[in-house]
Design a protein around this ligand. Sequence first.
Ligand code: PEP
Ligand code: MG
Length: 830
Amino acid sequence: MADLTIVSPMRGWAAPLDEVDDPVFAGRMLGDGVAVDPTGPELRAPCDAEVLSIHHAGHAVSLRAANGAEILMHLGLETVALGGKGFQRHIRDGDEVKQGDLLLTVDLDQVAALAKSLITPIVVTNGEDFAVVSRQVGRRVEIGDPLMVIRGGEGAQAREEAEAPAVVRTVKVPLAHGLHARPSALVAAEAKRHRADVTLAAGGRSANAKSPVAIMALGLGYDAEVEIAARGPEAQAAVAALADLIAHRLPPEPLSAEPVAKPEPKDTSPPKAGRLAGTPAAPGLAIGRAHRLIPAEIPVNEVSQGAETETLALAAALDALRSRLAGQATGPREQREIVQAHLAFLDDEDLIGAANQAIAAGQSAGAAWRGTVRGLIEIVRAIADPRIAQRADDLADLERQVLAELSGEMEPKQVLPAGAVIVADELGPGQLMGLEGDLAGICTAGGGPTSHVAILAAALGVPAVVALGRSILSVPDGAGLIVDGDSGEVRVAPDASEIEAAQTRLAERQVRLAKSRAEAAEPCRTADGVRMEVFANLGSEADAKAAMANGAEGCGLLRTEFLFLERNRAPDEDEQWRAYQTIADTLAGAPLIIRTLDIGGDKPAPFLDLPVEENPAMGLRGVRVSLWRPDLLDVQLRAILRVRPEGQCRILVPMVTSLAELKAVKDRVEAARRETGHDGSIEVGVMVETPAAAVTADLLAAEADFLSIGTNDLTQYGLAMDRGNPQMASGVDALHPAVLRLIAATTHGASSHGKLTAVCGGLAADAAGAAILIGLGVRELSAPPASIPEIKARVRALTVPGCEALAAKALDCSSAAEVRALVRASEPGG
Ligand code: PEP
Ligand code: MG
């Protein structure tokens, strides 16, 4: 027999029976079902049915549906005692009614004043033959919205199915940044497609899988195990779809591979000599005037006008904001994705349910929304993973926008004057998207470099510095500001000469960029004629094309992870070979250095069942994975060795910490060479990314054909600071003298065996990097394609003896800031 959908007979809030304050209903003594807390006066037929009876007191109606299911709707609790007061009937016993026909009208105010509660249980009373197999609760319902599904005919079987243990599956979160706002919204959208009650559970807590905020508040970081459980007619399908989505189909986050900025240490004291230091969040230089965006608290009417009025007011405010946000889902991809996540928050069953419950408990819409969202903000801020904790800003943004809609005092659209630099405590993405006019830069007291505002600013090309401390808030409107989104420095009220200097810097930057682009294809030598190879870091064929267009002389690092991400199985030899050959062809014979798979740590691979580790960054990653799964390594080596012409490719081994690892890989290269009939030898280099490799560089160089320093990881491991943790962002600087000494040890070790040292980490592209690296003996730089013209231009302006003198001084500095100051002072006009 077909399932029967029972729709809501009233407008109101749908809740589980457990929330009915009556043991008879809550204990299912009269049958299973749901309850509606009504906000409208009409009770209408929830399906086509015959009216079995209307209680003489007019407060309860029994119906029999065409399939025989008997449904009792009991208006309010202890309403029998009203003796019919407040209820007006529109039907008689024995009437045939169609779904939606009016059955009763209720005077809600009168009944509410006299009865214990208005909550209306709707239950199936012949439960021996019928079972409720799914229900939609915890949300606002209009008359006619689906409420529950009843399955019957084979009552025992239907009940068994409904009571069957949940379908359960456990998966791991493969996203480097965890299930934060945008992925949570995608997971909830998938869960909503299924007729099933679905929960996600981790760390002893569980969340409604149809609620993006509840999912986000679980704080599921990379590699977290999450249990998906579902009950209901589509439980199997729901669990399968969610497991597949979470494990394989969520859009990957960009790997934190090329840090775009190296911040100065933070200075949170009041502006000294007009200078503040924060964390760079979006690159570039801006000169402008402070435009303070320090919004007043939005007034909230604390007195409730009655639950119905307040529920409607909140619903109307949410609707108004939904349409406003929909109009902002334009512009760069990042902006569209952020708006979609905010829209999902506004449809969140748990969030809106909790606010409506607070309204039902006597709060005004504004107080209920503010209290609910602030409670959630506290939970999200307390999540240990800062990348998820930073999403609290999005909730604060939505709190404000809904309150503004409710108060009717919509913040007038801010039209910015020319050259405005926003100064704010925290800035929400909604506030940023709501701005019109000429936005030059952004300075915030709080915030983090991975927040949605930072992502948006970078996408819009607006330089931004965050985490400047509260002293930025004392900067008056109209004060001049110079915002350096590369260094994280902000100059407050610069004098005419400083402004002129910054303008000159900006203008020079434009000229320099144009000139360096024009000369990008020329080979690169220092001013005193020493050859420097400038290669590109690649992660795809598109990158290879960009590298050629930008004058790269080869590829110093092909991150092969791009072939392995988002996969259920590793790519086979042919697929890998085709990808490598295409890139080799694009490089038109120029050297191609292919790094073997560098997976693990912050680089997830769903197809690899890596063991759960307490501390994955220190565990199975890089070459350790390759030696743990040599079958994968062998396939990759054979694919590399098949690339033609022979001699174009070199092999680079990541995360090496011992000579034994290098020897083990070289043995496998030899075996693969024999198998593939590769005639000549192939160079094998070592990535120096750990202090261990740096201080034993002489031992490694005796066996390796070249060394290539990965300054991103060398900095992370050398300074014991997580490169992806925004709270460490101001300290993770490869120019720290400790890291420079490790680089010096590496070049020294390599040159003792006549081997070349390259740098392929972020320091190669850092404005202050080239001079120091050349001075330390590095002779090859490899960097993102777009940065190549500038790197070449920088190198052409340097001399080796000048760089050596500078590097010697840098090794004696006591901080990265000191090294940066030293480099600045050495530059023309510095
Ligand atoms: C590095 O660590 O500097 C490096 C180049 O490797 P990745 O950024 O891919 O870890
Ligand atoms: Mg690395």
